[in-house]
Unconditional design. Structure first.
Length: 87
């Protein structure tokens, strides 16, 4: 089912108003918090960290352009999954 929503071979940009950690499994690029300890009104922080419509649009277009030039989009779902439990 996840492949229907996030097929893996379509340029995907995650936008998370939290950490970018973990999103690399589902998206080719991320917009998110990259550090902690800042204090300001929410709108100011959202602008500082790129959570604006203009920035998300710009980064989305740049992502698509990047993979157009590269000639292909790597399939994020095509990777091994290891069972690390030793029995």
């Amino acid at each position: 089912r996840m492949a229907q929503v996030l097929p893996g071979n379509v340029p995907t940009l995650s936008v998370e108003a939290s950490a970018i950690h973990g999103w690399h499994r589902f998206s080719h690029a991320q917009i998110g918090m990259t550090r902690f300890g800042m204090s300001a009104p929410g709108n100011a922080l959202f602008e500082k960290f790129g959570f604006t419509a203009d920035n998300v649009t710009e980064k989305g277009k740049a992502l698509v352009d990047f993979y157009k030039k590269a000639g292909s989009v790597p399939d994020l779902m095509s990777r091994p999954v290891f069972n690390n439990i030793m029995e």
